[in-house]
Design a protein around this ligand. Structure first.
Ligand code: ADP
Ligand code: MG
Length: 324
């Protein structure tokens, strides 16, 4: 049986990586990690917790879970426009199971390495499976993409595509049955989301966007946070929303529902002045992340959904709320 300290040493300690980054003065093993942000930069800090039975199903693939636990945190850095520095991992485990720990840590570190974001510390305890990561990033003062910064007249943009994660969940829950080809396309969107870190950084560093957030609980609900914080409203062209390739093959009705309010997309929703359109498209190309214009911010409060012809659309939609 692995002891707590053997477990940490074997699966979560990578001294060579810590030393190579130069941004971590001291990593796993002491009472605190020591980070060295670039002088003059602000720290961006965010935590996300994943609970078995709530955020993922019991028996979920450990490699995918390792990826997703970090991905949802990096997505918050992306939504602020911050560059990743490092992260901590607080883990409650029912038992020290080598096969699970091996898969989980490999999935976690594969994504960490893609973003040069090193694990610098954490906590490990016995308990129902629960994964809490805190990420640290940095950005230049005044460049953060805040939720309260949208302005009337801004374009409304979405990165990537929406809805395939929700489609994969519907398939997993038996709400519908996907064919093999569509399942293979949609399932990775649910289990292994791609944090849009490069795009977020370009939007912030180039001062191209005003407000942004990452879409985790469904676009309509999440966009509402920007509108409330910024004291503005928006017109959203639901038929302009970029549907994932699997969702594109479903009915128009399902397409509207899952793009507008699907959840688990981890795409960026951002607002930007119209004069930045060309630069934003270029940032999309440079970061390998398609970007689509889907509406505009208006002074009148509230969210107005319209169809391709601009006619008002009545959709019964609601974002995800754990306590509703
Ligand atoms: P403390 O006695 O201060 O609570 P711990 O015994 O919990 O410290 O942890 C020992 C070291 O291992 C610390 O540096 C801590 O940050 C690190 N650590 C603990 N659990 C993890 C984990 N799951 N991933 C990475 N580092 C961890
Ligand atoms: Mg501790």
């Amino acid at each position: 049986m692995l002891s707590e300290f053997d477990l940490i040493k074997q699966y979560f300690t990578r001294r060579d990586r810590i030393d190579a980054s130069g941004r971590t003065v001291l990593g796993v093993g002491d009472d605190c990690a020591l980070l060295a942000p670039t002088p003059g930069m602000q720290l961006a800090v965010s935590s996300d917790m994943l609970v078995e039975g709530r955020h993922f199903l019991a028996g979920a693939d450990p490699f995918a879970l390792g990826h997703k636990s970090l991905a949802v945190n990096l997505s918050d850095l992306a939504a602020m426009g911050a560059a990743p520095l490092g992260f901590t991992l607080a883990l409650a485990l029912p038992g020290a199971e080598p096969a699970w720990l091996d898969g989980f840590s490999r999935g976690l570190f594969a994504l960490a390495d893609l973003h040069a974001c090193e694990l610098v510390g954490g906590d490990t305890t016995k308990g129902p499976l629960n994964i809490c990561i805190t990420v640290f990033g940095e950005l230049a003062p005044g460049t953060a993409l805040r939720r309260d910064a949208a302005r009337a007249g801004d374009d409304l943009w979405i990165s990537g595509t929406l809805g395939d994660a929700r489609l994969a969940l519907a398939d997993a829950l038996g709400e519908l049955a996907l064919g093999d080809a569509d399942r293979q396309v949609a399932a990775p969107r649910l289990h292994a989301p791609t944090p849009r870190v490069a795009l977020g950084r370009l939007l912030a560093e180039g001062r191209l966007a005003h407000a942004a957030l990452d879409i985790s609980d469904g676009l309509v609900g999440d966009l509402g946070h920007i509108l409330t914080a910024s004291k503005v409203g928006a017109v959203l062209d639901v038929d302009a929303l970029p549907a994932g390739p699997a969702l594109l093959r479903q009915s128009p009705e399902l397409r509207r529902r899952f793009t507008a309010a699907g959840g688990d997309d981890y795409e960026l929703c951002f607002t930007a002045p119209a004069e930045n359109r060309a630069a934003i498209l270029a940032a999309g190309t440079q970061s390998g992340t398609p970007v689509t214009r889907v509406g505009r911010i208006e002074a009148t409060p509230g969210l107005r959904l319209v169809d391709a012809d601009g006619a008002p659309l009545e959709l019964k939609l609601r974002g995800w709320d754990h306590f509703a």
